[in-house]
Write a protein of this length. Sequence first.
Length: 238
Amino acid sequence: MQRMTLGQHFAELRRRILWVVGIFVVAMIAGWYLSPFLQQVLTQPLLDVWPDGELLYSGLADGLMIRFSLSVLFGLFITTPFAVWHLWAFVAPGLHRNEQRAVWPFLVLAPVLFLIGAAFAFYILFPFVFGFFIELNNEAPVPSVLMPVATDYLAFAIGMLKIFGLAFQLPLVLVLLNRVGILSRARCVKMRRYAIVLIVVVAAILTPPDVISQIMLAVPMWALFEISLLFMRDEKTE
């Protein structure tokens, strides 16, 4: 394989960055037209438990900001796999074959686990949490009208999807640290009780101040921690 000069490396990097930027622009434009559908999908879990509910647009620019934000989010969502692929294609030639075999499964599994975590939040967490909030507000001891602000709701929903998607990366992080020799399986088993406490604390920080969402993040993270132990290698010497 012919060795590339520094200038050729920069040219190659520039070409790949331009490809990623171009894909993002096209995806964002497509997201602009798809944003009404995306907003409907993201709002559906709330409306399923609150059929007569309405969201409040508190400012004249709310519709524009929502549409723009969703189009950017869609652009990032579509572009990220391509960006990761271009980054891998740029870095991979400099790695040994065994290093390439060790890294690429993590690149494949990371988006899969992110989607599983986001799906868990969307299909399992949202119905419980939104139902709990709606029931609690309807039982208010004073006359009240529940009308969440649309921008606040979407920020909350998207934030929860991101949190659960990232939380489901825990097995990859632990296994990767184990494979590179930073973290041993024996040490993880020994520190299990502290890990569980840390998981509960992290879940309490990342989720809204209600027990349901905290439990529904902590329990999967605990399960993912235990699953990670199955794929971590034992070390003969500590």
